[in-house]
Design a protein around this ligand. Sequence first.
Ligand code: NAD
Length: 361
Amino acid sequence: MELHIVSIPGDGIGPEIVAEAKKVLNKVAETYGHTIEWKDILMGGASIDVHGVPLTEEAVEQAKAADAVLMGSIGGDAATSPWYRLPPEKRPEAGLLAIRKALNLFANLRPALLYEELAAACPLKEEISRRGFDLLIMRELTGGLYFGERRTTVEDGVRRAVDTLVYNENEIRRIAVKGFEIARKRKKKVTSVDKANVLDSSRLWRSVVEEVAAQYPDVELSHMLVDNCAMQLVKDPAQFDVILTENMFGDILSDEASMVTGSIGMLPSASLNDTKFGLYEPSHGSAPDIAGQDIANPIATVLSAAMMLRYSFDLDREADAVERAVKKVLQDGYRTADIWSEGCRKVGCRQMGDLLAERIC
Ligand code: NAD
């Protein structure tokens, strides 16, 4: 298969971790008989430095022409970087919002997986972490409260602010379809999370999700209120497979889920549109505090590349090979500084990439 991939190294540790993910993907291609055509584009601070804007039209067109995009991370230290003296629409993060919008990326996937070898980093009680967990939050990314009309007014000397939460049935249906499709590639279980005891938008959400579920009789559906879900994530995360939810609930729950793994450098993410196209990036930021030191953990980016193989290219066997290599490296006792513990061998970003590539088979 010929894979056309655009990569966005970005800022901070971005170029270092993307280089290692490319190394691993190139090894996958070599092992399984694929060819990859890479194209790099600039975004965030790196684009500001060259073009004066965080994302150019030309970069957007190049991303659109690819099958998928692999991204590092963008942004710098807001206290010291000159990028943050620019108006908000010219800052690095504006590039990310613009590309998500241009590519119509409405579905955000964030897996949270507790590796047995890293269980000690999990902040939950041992009797909970012992059971392990492997869940995925499917968050709607382009609707709801963050995109509704908002205004702040002063009435009779009293300040008043209004935000609106709007979903139509088509927006709910397309994310629900994604959720059920992805559940089919996992443990075939969807927990739809809402606040249907209070919100009309949640009641519509629930009824549309049920309509979609009828098309997926092999996938088990249950509903859960968002406040209960926040509790269950720390009480019994092993019960979940795919958590399907709207934008704001997903924003909060996905951060909670990533914290309970205890290892931010291990968590991938993907944002998809209604074709096979997706943008794949680690869940963490550009870590400017450790940039250029060859100590960043590239595993979240490597696992994002595995998601790309699985969801954009339907190359499940190759995605499994990458995920197996990550497990093997951990079992063999290699750790970057962020996940290091007594008795393990500390390696840098580049060496971790080499070790992973060597284990692709
Ligand atoms: P961050 O995730 O970059 O860093 C938080 C902490 O985790 C830091 O101590 C960092 O050193 C560490 N860390 C993160 N990733 C690591 C890795 N792979 N290996 C080892 N350690 C790692 O969050 P932050 O400091 O709040 O943000 C830094 C910059 O990243 C900001 O400019 C922010 O806007 C940006 N950011 C970008 C994205 C994105 O591009 N999608 C997402 C979040 C934050």
